[in-house]
Design a protein. Structure first.
Length: 374
């Protein structure tokens, strides 16, 4: 699956610094002036998953191989998008570019400046709450323009949309979204029970229906002073929502330059188990409603990305398109059960490897072998 997460925010809030840290190299220009990023920088980032290393070692022992099989992690594509300013919905600053680039991503990481540094220019940035409102307002205003056009087009057609039950409800839904936006409400919380209407809603070219992760960018002293993520959240005034976290982008960029041993040593010294980036990547993955199933063999140990709720044949199709059509059954064991058993052979003896059919919903951490026809 090709998945894109856009890093957005006002100018000079730390977007490009965060992007560089994610890629563990200096790719994006981190400069102390507005619009240092014009064209979006794009990078593919591995999703941290400690299960893969353990599985690789298990396969090596069981197969008596000299070397463990290579590991292929799941990945997420991050896009560093130009800073937005007030009036972007009407073309101010690089507004048109910003909006066009953000339409192409599946989810948004919204970086909010929550640090003080007189040497770094504030370009429209005041405080996290105000900055958040500025960006959300511009996205909402841009969506209102799109919604008006959609409503006009649907009314002109004046006929049901092919292959969509209850298509006459589309205009009322758009009108409800318009009212929500005008009142400052979050469009993505609109709930639709009809499956076809829900699919249609998810394909609308709207910015405010994209899932958002809010990242509060603090300075290193503040991060160390409060230690845990939960404590840091209280400082920012954030209520500990699932779609927010606190990091120090500058520190993360510096940590990315260290080797693994040095990085772990530093994290230990400040009482943190994971870098902010690891938490960010995992949250972005979860934000998109994604999970990983695993395959493990002598050729490779790999994490495959699927949407939560995916059935076994469609999960097989992620490996190869023919596998979905030729699917027969799946041999499945939970990762924890396989590790407890110590090997596939012992897991099979214990009866822990299950045979699942076409109606099986693949779970995160399932270790799967698909059986397909010729």
């Amino acid at each position: 699956m090709s998945l894109k997460v856009g890093i957005v925010g006002l100018p000079n809030v730390g977007k490009s610094t965060l992007f560089n840290a994610l890629l563990k190299k200096r790719v994006a220009l981190s400069a102390n002036y507005p619009f240092a990023t014009v064209e979006p920088n794009v990078g593919v980032v591995a999703v941290p998953d400690g299960r893969l290393q353990v599985l690789s070692e298990l396969v090596q022992r069981e197969e008596s191989k000299e070397n463990p099989p290579p590991i292929v992690p799941a990945v997420v594509e991050f896009v560093d998008i130009a800073g937005l300013v007030k009036g972007a919905s009407t073309g101010a600053g690089l507004g048109n570019q910003f909006l066009s680039h953000i339409r192409e991503v599946d989810a948004i990481v919204h970086v909010l400046r929550d640090f003080e540094d007189a040497s770094i220019i504030r370009e429209g940035s005041e405080n996290p709450d105000s900055d958040k409102l500025t960006v959300e307002t511009e996205l909402g205003l841009a969506d209102l323009q799109v919604i008006d056009k959609l409503i006009d087009n649907l009314k002109k057609e004046a006929k049901p949309v092919p292959n969509l039950r209850n298509s006459e409800k589309m205009v009322p839904i758009l009108e409800e979204i318009k009212r929500n936006l005008e009142q400052g409400e979050v469009t993505s919380k609109l709930e639709l029970e009809d499956r076809d209407l829900k699919k249609w809603f998810e394909t609308l070219p709207l910015l405010t229906i994209k899932p958002v992760l809010y990242v509060y960018n603090v300075d290193e002293a503040r991060l160390q002073a409060f230690g845990s993520e939960a404590q840091a959240r209280r400082v920012t005034g954030d209520s500990g929502q699932e779609n927010s976290l606190t990091i120090c982008a500058k520190l993360e960029e510096e940590l990315a330059d260290l080797d693994e041993a040095e990085r772990l040593e530093y994290l230990k010294s400040v009482g943190v188990e994971q870098t902010g980036l690891e938490r960010l990547i995992k949250k972005a993955y979860s934000l998109l409603g994604l999970i990983s199933f695993l395959t493990a063999g002598v050729k490779e140990v790999r994490a495959w990305t699927i949407k939560k709720g995916t059935l076994a044949p469609q999960a097989a199709g992620v490996i190869h398109t023919d596998f979905e059509r030729k699917f027969i059954r799946a041999q499945v064991i939970e990762y924890e059960k396989l590790i407890e058993a110590g090997s596939y052979g012992l897991a099979k003896q214990k009866g822990w490897i299950r045979t699942e059919g076409k109606d099986y919903e693949v779970e995160d951490g399932d270790v799967v072998e698909f059986l397909v026809g010729s």
